[in-house]
Design a protein around this ligand. Structure first.
Ligand code: AHG
Ligand code: MN
Ligand code: MN
Length: 337
């Protein structure tokens, strides 16, 4: 059987179905090559000197790891020369990165979490990259990085593509261009992503949940109730036994849900209330919500569909509840009572 590379998949989406433009195809290929480069750096681990702290903090006040900085640089460099982007924004940069004047500008905006799951880097557990693509509004002010922030403040429903790479035992790229979700596996010898699954569907029901249980005492009542009910198992009101998993790399937890269903929650809690939540809207919650909905799942804050949120600032944080539709609807319902 002929292998379908990412390039071929994208060409077909562009040519046959008219789903994407040539520039968006190029953009996704560039991001995929950057993810390959990140995968290679991660694979070298201690041999490549990429582990450990960078010695700096990001705009969110989190200590940056060497791989956070390296992955950010790889994505910036790969994406700035091609003429497909107007600007980029990242977890690791306070303000948007404008395309340098020496390069042509394109019509897209790219946001990314260059390295998701930083606490897992040094312990050799799966980590990833998350990205989201928006169109740059006509007439957007891109004169300075600060002025450019406004162009990014679009709801998740405006995304034209989103995806993640997961650097696990295999490196995968999981992608949506708004036409379902496809999974590509990195063939390291060929240096190419090969289509290995199309039309991913998240089962509507599940017996598996993912949440950081150490935050239990800080949660709001609806999430406390829901988790108590799941833990009560067969004898409880939900009438079935649940299992729990928490990788602490959103990419890995979401990928498990893409594969076999489940519910992932980083809900509002009193520790993160002042900042609006833990996870970031523009480059964590929105791309994952787009992918999950495209796979038949649901994604809410508990009170609102994530993709409907109109962002107030680039690094905005939100509560996140996503995955198997019936379970997400159940806990979202608990927020309404
Ligand atoms: P990042 O490494 O990009 O800062 O993201 C980490 C996030 C997310 O990947 C994960 O779900 C969550 O933080 C884990 O948080 P806890 O350490 O509080 O469990
Ligand atoms: Mn992250
Ligand atoms: Mn990160």
């Amino acid at each position: 059987m002929t292998q379908r590379t990412l390039a071929r998949y994208l060409t077909e989406e562009q040519r046959n179905k008219g789903v994407i433009t040539a520039d968006l195809k190029f953009l996704i290929e560039v991001v995929s090559r950057a993810c390959q480069a990140i995968s290679i750096a991660i694979g070298k681990g201690g041999l490549g000197g990429v582990l450990g702290e960078a010695g700096s903090d990001n705009v969110q006040g989190e200590a940056q790891k060497k791989l956070d900085v390296l992955s950010n640089d790889i994505l910036l460099e790969a994406n700035e020369w091609g003429g497909h982007l107007a600007a980029m924004a990242s977890e690791e940069m306070d303000l948007p990165h404008l395309v340098p004047h020496r390069f042509p500008k394109g019509e897209y905006l790219l946001t990314f979490d260059p390295l998701d799951g930083s606490s897992n880097i040094d312990v050799n557990v799966s980590i990833g990259t998350i990205f989201s693509v928006l169109k740059c509004p006509e007439g957007a002010d891109l004169s300075t990085p600060a002025a450019a922030e406004a162009a990014f403040l679009q709801p998740g429903t405006a995304q034209v593509a989103a995806g993640y790479a997961v650097y696990g035992p295999t490196t995968l790229l999981v992608l949506t261009v708004g036409n379902g979700v496809a999974v590509f596996t990195l063939d390291r010898e060929q240096g190419a992503f090969i289509l290995t699954q199309e039309n991913v569907q998240i089962p509507a029901d599940t017996k598996e949940f993912a949440i950081n249980m150490s935050n239990q005492r800080f949660w709001e009542a609806p999430v406390k109730r829901y988790v108590d009910e799941m833990v009560a198992g067969k004898e409880g009101p939900l009438g079935k036994d649940y299992n729990m998993r928490w990788v602490a790399s959103m990419v890995a937890d979401v990928h498990r849900i893409m594969t076999r269903g489940g519910i992932f929650m980083y809900p509002m809690d009193s520790k993160v209330q002042a900042q609006g939540g833990k996870l970031r809207l523009m480059y964590e919650a929105n791309p994952m919500a787009f992918l999950v909905e495209q796979a038949g799942g649901a994604a809410t804050t508990g009170r609102q569909r994530i993709l409907d949120i109109v962002p107030g600032k680039l690094h905005q944080r939100v509560p996140v509840i996503l995955g198997s539709k019936n379970e997400v609807e159940r806990v979202t319902g608990y927020h309404a009572v």
